[in-house]
Design a protein around this ligand. Structure first.
Ligand SMILES: [Ca+2]
Ligand SMILES: [Ca+2]
Length: 351
């Protein structure tokens, strides 16, 4: 598969810059505003490798002008909320970069991860450029190896009715995983190697579009909190939250998850997962070493979301029990949801 960073068109570049510049309105203070704008510049340089120096100078001028105006503009809807109050978009991938939407106060990057099998491969191998399924004019990209998603959400996700750009998705593919498998994930408040939490307690769950060719049509979705994530140890300790360690009865990475079934290669499906449907595997903290009351997601201390496929040794026993199998899947419009709660049914396999 081809996954090289794509040059942005001028229109896309301007949209991305405007998106960041809008962050300066409303309640943002001046210092944070400046930081977001400078982050935007760095991000633009990172993806716009083929854009001429003259264009970059022009973009810098646009940012300066919009930043100056935006910082005094009181009327602002964060980018993640702009399509509907029912959802708070974490990322729609449309800026083409590995950064999530930063306008709602979340900061993080998409990444890939795997069991480090000697025989394993996984794309994207360098950084995480988003995959283009449509051309800038909205027509399907003839070079795309996966079907483009229709804009607007359809009957499954009507809250995306106002969606106007559906060119990019997050896609990963690989083969040769002889251990527990591979996946892609996203941090919601990442700074360097530390994973800090965000408070997601105002939401009822998560949702996303998925498409792919994966073992059994299944992908495990993990919502990580500060207790199950080893890179969040400092953040957990700061708040006095009991957490996983490397002790045998308090093992890390047993995240709260849900096995999504019925993932299709020929079609995109919308999946809504209420938080109450998430369960740990029972082999780590807090299922082991904690009380039953503690054994559910801390929605007030969520650090990231992961999408994972099984390798040949799903239980990490040391002996492969399944054939090695290639995988290739994509995610779009990852969002926190306000329209689900404990009365919403857990997802059933797609028809
Ligand atoms: Ca993004
Ligand atoms: Ca998209």
């Amino acid at each position: 598969m081809e996954m090289v960073p794509e040059d942005m068109t001028m229109r896309e570049a301007k949209m991305a810059m405007a998106q960041r510049a809008r962050a300066c309105g409303g309640n943002w203070d001046g210092e944070l505003c400046e930081r977001l704008i400078s982050t935007g510049r760095v991000a633009m340089r990172g993806v716009a490798g083929g854009v001429s120096v003259r264009v970059l100078w022009a973009l810098a001028a646009i940012v300066s002008a919009q930043g100056a105006i935006g910082c005094s503009d009181p009327a602002r809807i964060p980018d993640g909320e702009r399509l509907s109050p029912e959802v708070s978009l974490i990322d729609d991938m449309e800026d083409g970069t590995q950064y999530i939407l930063s306008d709602d106060g979340r900061v993080g990057l998409w990444y890939t991860y795997n069991d480090m099998s000697a025989s394993g491969t996984q794309e994207p191998a360098v950084g995480f450029p988003m995959y283009r399924t449509r051309m800038p004019d909205g027509e399907p990209n003839p070079a795309s190896e996966i079907p483009p998603r229709e804009c607007g959400g359809g009957v499954e996700a009507p809250f995306f009715a106002g969606e106007e750009s559906c060119a990019f998705v997050a896609r990963t593919a690989g083969n040769g995983q002889r251990g527990w498998g591979a996946g892609m994930g996203v941090d919601l408040n990442g700074e360097g190697g530390a994973k800090n939490p965000v408070d997601a307690s105002e939401f009822g769950g998560i949702g996303f579009f998925v498409q792919g060719n994966v073992r059994g049509g299944s992908i495990r979705v993990n919502v990580q909190d500060v207790r199950t994530t080893p890179e969040s140890a400092t953040a957990a300790d700061r708040r006095g939250i009991a957490r996983c360690t490397d002790e045998p009865n308090r093992r890390c990475n047993d995240h709260y998850g849900f096995l999504v079934r019925g993932v299709r290669a020929d079609a995109w499906s919308w999946v809504s997962i209420p938080f109450y449907c998430l369960a740990s595997g029972g082999w780590g903290f807090p299922a082991m070493g904690g009380t039953p009351d503690e054994n559910r997601l801390r929605t007030d201390a969520v650090v990231g979301i992961q999408f994972q496929v099984e390798g040949a040794d799903p239980t990490d026993s040391g002996t492969p029990t399944l054939p090695v199998q290639a995988f290739d899947f994509a995610i779009d419009n990852l969002a926190f949801l306000r329209n689900v709660d404990a009365n919403t049914p857990c997802p059933a396999p797609a028809p």
